[in-house]
Design a protein around this ligand. Structure first.
Ligand code: GDP
Ligand code: IMO
Ligand code: MG
Length: 422
């Protein structure tokens, strides 16, 4: 058996949570492999809305096993709050959620360091989610991190050493803080974590594969935020690309099956950094309003613009996408004209690849297509699709070289249309 991977192809918030929930009935196990509570994955069904941060989006469908893999960074305080809220709404977790002992812990001082580093960067700040993601992965790579498994082995000493080291850095940055409240909640979170199955998830997943069980890996963030291939340095600190599923779960590359690449019918970005197709006019405002483009967790306004096929082609390439999924097409239902960026103009010259330096003066070159001007939110099958919408799909498939297998026409679980079903 192989593992399938679902990941965002843009700058995050493509709708990964919704689609993982939709695909979950077809799998036995759902696993997160990177990122942490910087993610906000929204699911809507039966009139209820949930936002997940660290817990996989397979948690709502039957008796599926959900795994937080070794590539994830976990904040025990935020995890406790998230898990308790789910338990309170009737969704039991303890039997159905396993956590890798090798996942790294986000310490309260990692969050302070995140804020202090951002403040020190001034105008060049990344606009992080402030959850301590960068400092935690930094400690992992520099071999100073604390792992989930450590809460069972000599934890107090390890915590004290890490905290002292962090406090020294904070002092050197003249960063003022009071840790009391945060530390208390965090320690309660550590105790709470002990109630879960802390596992060697690489063994667990490979055993499942041997038993012919199916696994879906849920990506967080998006390819353009990948630490290696994204718009560096305006990126997150993990490998959000498909290869991240191998290192973040202990799955061999030849075990990867389908790679679902998910994108919005337009494009958004939250936080700082280049965004060639960003719109600063009423068209962008309209996308933001109709798409409710505000951060699922932070509430920050997302920057909006037309779809960028140069960036998307790059994402399809580095991930080896086998199936595409297009989200939020309903947001464009009332647009007379749809634009799609097919190349960039750089110093008067047209280029069709994603350059090393995504400079400020990179100008998008657009193809224009007629809008469909039809409310698609209640459609149930592709037979109902307007002609112009089909033309948009065909255009995207020709440009990207991969079939669009699923189209999402609204936030609800039900508003999902499968294509090529025969
Ligand atoms: P994720 O981080 O990739 O899981 O995406 P987010 O949950 O951060 O952001 C996606 C937002 O779009 C959420 O508010 C979803 O409820 C919403 N959404 C998902 N699919 C659709 C869709 O097809 N149409 C509309 N209008 N909203 C959608
Ligand atoms: P989901 O999984 C959108 C962005 C931040 C910032 C940069 C670095 O919901 O798609 P970090 O806190 O990771 O160090 O921030 O990455 N970012 C996201 N943007 N969706 C996300 O997750 C994001 N997670 C991080 O805004 O620009
Ligand atoms: Mg999100």
């Amino acid at each position: 058996m192989k593992v399938d991977v679902l990941l965002g192809l843009q700058w995050g918030d493509e709708g990964k949570g919704k689609v993982v929930d939709v695909l979950t009935p077809g799998y036995d196990v759902i696993a997160r492999f990177q990122g942490g509570p910087n993610a906000g994955h929204t699911l809507e069904f039966e009139g209820q809305k949930y936002v997940l941060r660290s817990i996989p989006s397979g948690i709502f469908q039957g008796d599926k096993l959900n795994i937080i893999g070794n590539g994830v960074v976990l904040d025990p305080a935020l995890f406790k709050a998230e898990a308790e809220a789910l338990e309170a709404s009737g969704h039991s977790l303890k039997e159905r959620l396993h956590i890798s002992k090798k996942a790294h812990l986000i310490l309260p001082t990692h969050r302070l360091l995140d804020a202090a580093y951002e403040a020190a960067k001034g105008d060049a700040k990344v606009g992080t989610t402030g959850k301590g993601i960068g400092p935690t992965y930094t400690d992992k790579v520099s071999r100073n991190g604390i792992r989930v498994g450590d809460i069972l082995h000599g934890f107090e000493r390890k915590y004290a050493v890490a905290k002292a080291r962090h406090e020294q850095i904070l002092k050197s940055l003249n960063y003022e803080y009071d840790l009391t409240e945060q530390e208390k909640a965090w320690m309660e979170g550590v105790e709470y974590l002990k109630q879960f199955s802390l596992v060697d998830s690489e063994h667990e997943i490979n055993n499942f594969l041997r038993e012919e069980k199916s696994v879906l890996c849920e990506g967080a963030q998006g390819t353009m935020l990948d630490i290696d291939f994204g718009s560096y340095p305006f990126v997150t600190s993990s490998n959000t690309v498909c290869a991240g599923a191998c290192t973040g779960l202990g799955v061999a590359p030849n075990r990867i099956g389908e790679v679902y690449g998910i994108f919005k019918a337009y494009c958004t970005r939250v936080g700082a950094g280049p965004f060639p197709t960003e719109l600063f006019d009423e068209t962008g405002d309209k996308m933001c309003t109709l798409g409710h483009e505000f951060g699922s967790v932070t509430g920050r306004k997302r920057r909006c613009g037309w779809i960028d096929l140069v960036a998307l082609k790059y994402s399809v390439m580095v991930n080896g996408v086998t199936k595409l999924i297009m989200m939020k097409s309903d947001v464009l239902d009332t647009f007379q004209t749809i634009k799609a960026c097919v190349a960039y103009r750089l110093n008067g010259e047209e280029i069709d690849y994603f350059p090393y330096d995504i400079e400020e003066n990179l100008e998008p070159v657009y193809a224009e297509l007629p809008g469909w001007m039809t409310d698609m939110t209640k459609m149930k099958s592709e037979d109902e699709f307007p002609e112009e919408f089909n033309a948009y799909l065909t255009f995207l498939e020709e440009q990207l070289g991969v079939e669009i297998k699923i189209v999402s026409v609204g936030p609800d679980r039900e508003q999902t249309i499968e294509r090529y079903t025969e």
